[in-house]
Design a protein around this ligand. Sequence first.
Ligand code: MRU
Length: 350
Amino acid sequence: MKKTAPLIWENKIMKLIDQRKLPREVIYHDIKTLEETHAAIKDMIVRGAPLIGFTALFGMVLWSRSQKTLNISEVLKAADYLKTARPTAVNLAYEVDRVVSVIKELIELDMGKQEVDQKIEDFSLDQMKLLHEHNLSMAKTAAKELEEKYGTRKLNIMTLCNTGYLACGPMGTALGVIEYLHSQNRIEHVYASETRPYLQGGRLTAYELATGEIPHSITVEGAFSYLLKNKSVDAIFIGADRIVENGDTANKVGSSSLSIVAKHYGIPFYVVAPTSTFDLSLKTGDEIEIEMRPEEEVLSAMGERIAPEASRALNPSFDVTDHKLITGIICENGMVKEISPDNITKIVKG
Ligand code: MRU
């Protein structure tokens, strides 16, 4: 499949594809500063939990390069600022904290500034490569699970939002599973939920599926019950923005209602995410901060106001799926089917 890289690190500049414009236009923005990185995440030029994390890594590299010397309190200030760009996807804070601890270590070792810059750049590039391996291992775990359930027949799979290479860099989580199944000739059809208001499904997932020549239909969120009642779907795969200790999972808004309908009609519902998306410091989903996005995203479509001027909107960007509704949570270390704090902790620690 020909993939349009969402993030390119070239000549010490980060180039980000503008995901707001896809699939109509392929435009890259040059990101040269910490502030531009923050804005690119907040304004959703770049999105998707793992990719937000990688963008933040390179944002810290850019910041470090802009400094003559490094002192730890300034490093922490830059890190804290970057973490405020979006609140729900834990990958942002996770990657920023990791690069901060690498910088701290190097400062303590009294390493020269240029060497620190090079080391954190290499560290950031390595993380993206590593995710590819992780995504592949998750896809294989999912494929094995489906083979045990359905044999080797072709499958109808449903997904929501965008969890492919545009959200993850090298491959994808839930959409990575679909890409892998397709490479094994095991996809009959994919149903991609369009994901109002930002249309990550209708624009980005559809773009990835079309590029990969994977047969698919876009559905509106209101069609969940129709689709699942008529047994048109064998399994549902979604990604995650934060999975807490008891398995409750924050993901794009609509995930929780999809899981409830899936339970009602007995359709297996899987969450696929790397261990960087787990947050064991939170016990239940009630503790997850849900990002509220601007009302304008709901009141307008394609840049034009569609609602009456007097109307307001409520625009939560995520919701929390109850762990009891999840058939399995898959990460690079395997799958948890009996979802409990102990089992989640075990799998995350590997
Ligand atoms: O608001 P977004 O587009 O950044 O939302 C993130 C998502 O695409 C999903 O919630 C996804 O499942 C997690 S990223 C693989």
